[in-house]
Ligand binder design. Structure first.
Ligand code: GAR
Length: 218
């Protein structure tokens, strides 16, 4: 089966983007990264992508009058790259319902919490303040509401007694770097089905520490 063509959208350092690029180097990985696009010209991830030999593009949202015209240019870039799937990896712009709907079940996001807990910003500070004992990350299909949509993969990590925001963030980030490549592989290989609000995965056992909804309910 042809590998799915994936565009990765970033706003910052791009460590999750790098995890996807690294995973896609394996010859049997079902996706290839064909474009890294940033809405911030100086995003650190752009240099990392270029080093990896991936084409990059910048579409600066601040140069557009509104979200719709920004997204028209985004769409043009995605079309030119012939992207089948789009992965948001620390892309810190809200997308309009029109854009999200056009990419329904082909647009994936990673968020550093066990959704639906702690959507939005400052997730780790809020998790620590709430005293939760389990933190983690979620890879999900994007829906119009922020940090919402069918969950493809989750990974949980413990909150430890001496955690501060940075320590917790780096433990969660390590889990993100395992969860995102798995989620993209599952989607790209056609194993993920959306049933109502749920994503279920057929014919796959998740590696240790990564959680999916098996299609057969096991
Ligand atoms: C990651 O922790 C990602 O989960 C988060 O931004 C960070 C980006 O880091 N995304 C969100 O908060 C989206 N709501 P990275 O640039 O090193 O991948």
């Amino acid at each position: 089966m042809a590998r799915k063509r994936v565009a990765v959208l970033i706003s910052g350092r791009g460590s999750n983007m790098q995890a996807l690029i690294d995973a896609a180097r394996a010859p049997d990985y079902p996706a290839e990264i064909v474009l890294v696009l940033s809405n911030i010209a100086g995003a650190g991830g752009l240099a990392r992508a270029a080093t990896a030999g991936i084409p990059t593009a910048v579409v600066e949202h601040r140069k557009f009058a509104d979200r719709a015209t920004f997204e028209t240019e985004l769409t043009a870039q995605l079309r030119t790259a012939r992207a089948d799937l789009v992965c948001l990896a620390g892309f810190m712009r809200l997308l309009t319902p029109g854009f999200v709907e056009a990419w329904r079940d082909r647009l994936i996001n990673i968020h550093p919490s066990l959704l639906p807990a702690f959507p939005g910003l400052d997730t780790h500070a809020r998790a620590l303040a709430a005293g939760v004992r389990l933190a983690g990350c979620t890879v999900h299909f994007v829906r119009a509401e922020m940090d919402n949509g069918p969950i493809i993969v989750q990974a949980a990590v413990p909150v430890l007694p001496d955690d501060d925001e940075d320590r917790l963030a780096s433990r969660v980030l390590a889990a993100e770097h395992r969860a995102y490549p798995l989620a993209l592989a599952l989607v790209a290989s056609g194993r993920v089905r959306v049933q109502g609000d749920k994503a279920v995965v057929g014919d796959h056992a998740a590696p240790d520490g990564l959680l999916i909804n098996p299609a057969d309910g096991r």
